[in-house]
Design a binder for this molecule. Structure first.
Ligand code: SF4
Length: 483
């Protein structure tokens, strides 16, 4: 999960890009970067939060009315500064690119690029691979008269060769800005306009902040191009049945975003309504409902209504500590839970508390939270989760790539409940989760591979095992390097 942004404006776009990255910070805290273009590319990227990477001085040198940016969440690669995005190549044109996603045939493409295409890669970032495939495909086109047709042929080649999930933004020096979304549309990407300026972003909330009009989502397998005359071109090149990541609505995206025509906040309310019914059926009788801030809030409100119980803020979040799920190391994650969430004893003491969470991945956070609530004086601690048990690795860009990481792997409900120390544990069912997120978009399908093991891009068990092995190898490398 990363955040991407591209703006083709009238004047310098750096401040809009910076503001966008601040709004996209929840999608990745590992690194941030911006590249702009006037007569040449101007690039600044580095590890850390957006406000750590950028300052007045380096922003001032990022001149140009066209630019792209990214906040990175580590998936493949050891997460060094060399993996920070965007990336640039100089042939056949100056091309800059950033993406959100994960390339599942990364190793094969890397080998092909370095051994057969004689391309030099400088990182372990998968967007560098996409960019080089893009440049390779473009170099096979007649380039004396660049047109949208040239870009269509280039992106067709990319979509043939690159597997996995990718929502890409990029620009070609003196030619324009482009964006495309993988054929299954696993990662979000939308398009907006203000006067004669265009914006492409991971989430619609960025368009609200910068007062751009939302035009539409970029659809799976579509490429869009804004040329130097600011003419918008678009074509669906290779569309399969759309399978956007359901986790966007469950957890990742900001509640004020709308993704693929589904309002995130409304989806979370519906998730709560469904889970409330399951809690009623399980005869859970809490005295108070406590959401785990922030993504548990919408659902908690609906559950409280369904159960006829008050919802209270029983856990207060310190917003100046990184998001635990995003933190890439187990030890960092565990210690930070207590610093990040503190109980309100008056809400909890002597009560049967129902905690509402959006997901349980490794179980570390859930266990810590149950213990925190007990220590604050709760009589009983129940735990309800707005999605089903996670059991299969995500190979599309979320840092849960090995099965061993999941608390639900090889454990039944009772064993998970014991492991996290709760008095009761209620999960949302798969069909309830899908129908809640879907709402009135009745034909909408989703990627639910981490719950079902069914991968929309057709990966089988052997592919997953291979990817897991690669991931474990990288994790070992991280350890050796002390990353
Ligand atoms: S496997 Fe899970 S987290 Fe990964 S893209 Fe699919 S639904 Fe999202």
């Amino acid at each position: 999960m990363c955040g991407v942004i591209g703006i083709f404006g009238k004047n310098d776009v750096v401040h809009e890009l910076y503001a966008s990255l601040i709004s996209l910070q929840h999608r990745g805290q590992d690194s941030a970067g911006i590249v702009t273009y006037n007569t040449t590319f101007h690039l600044k990227k580095g590890n850390g939060l957006v406000n750590k990477v950028f300052n007045e001085k380096n922003l001032a040198r990022l001149k140009g009315n066209i630019g792209i940016g990214q906040t990175r969440y580590p998936t493949i690669g050891p997460g060094g500064v060399e993996d920070a995005q965007p990336f640039i190549v100089n042939a056949p044109f100056g091309i800059a690119m950033a993406h959100n996603g994960n390339v599942t045939n990364y190793s094969e493409l890397r080998d092909e690029l370095t051994k057969k295409c004689y391309r030099q890669l400088t990182s372990y970032s998968d967007v560098e691979v996409i960019l080089n495939v893009f440049a390779d495909e473009m170099s096979m086109q007649p380039l004396h008269d660049f047109s949208f047709e040239t870009l269509i042929k280039t992106v067709s080649g990319v979509m043939e060769r690159v597997e996995g999930s990718y929502s890409v933004v990029g620009m070609i020096a003196n030619i324009g800005m482009f964006a495309f979304r993988d054929p299954y549309g696993i990662k979000p990407l939308c398009l907006g306009k203000k006067d004669n300026s265009y914006i492409v972003a991971s989430e619609s909330v960025i368009l609200d902040h910068l007062e751009y009009d939302f035009m539409r989502d970029i659809v799976p397998g579509e490429v869009i191009f804004i040329d130097t005359k600011r003419k918008l071109h678009s074509k669906i090149i290779n569309a399969k049945c759309a399978h956007p990541c359901i986790f966007e609505w469950v957890y990742f995206a900001r509640p004020d975003s709308i993704i693929d025509k589904i309002e995130v906040y409304e989806a979370r309310l519906r998730l709560g309504e469904k889970l409330g019914k399951t809690c009623l059926a399980a005869k859970i009788k809490p005295d108070v409902i406590v959401p785990i801030p922030d993504s548990g809030r919408g659902a908690a409100m609906a559950i409280a209504k369904a159960l006829g119980v008050e919802q209270k803020e029983g856990l207060i979040k310190n917003y100046y500590i990184g998001r635990t799920f995003i933190m890439s190391k187990q030890s960092v994650r565990k210690n930070s839970v207590r610093q990040k969430l503190n109980p309100v004893k008056s809400v909890i003491k002597g009560k049967n508390v129902l905690l509402i969470d959006d997901s349980i991945v490794r179980g570390t956070t859930a266990k810590e939270l149950v213990s925190i609530i007990r220590k604050a004086g709760a009589k009983k601690v129940y735990y309800a989760v707005t999605c089903p048990p996670l059991r299969y690795p995500c190979v599309y860009g979320i840092d849960m790539m090995t099965r061993g990481e999941f608390v639900a792997r090889n454990r039944n409900l009772n064993e998970i409940k014991k492991k996290i120390g709760a008095d009761a544990l209620i999960y949302q069912t798969l069909s309830d989760m899908c129908s809640a997120v879907r709402g009135s978009n009745l034909n909408q399908k989703f990627c639910t591979a981490c719950f079902t093991g069914e991968y929309p891009t057709g990966l089988d068990k052997r592919d997953i095992l291979k990817l897991e092995k690669e991931r474990i190898k990288i994790q070992k490398l991280d350890k050796e390097k002390g990353i």
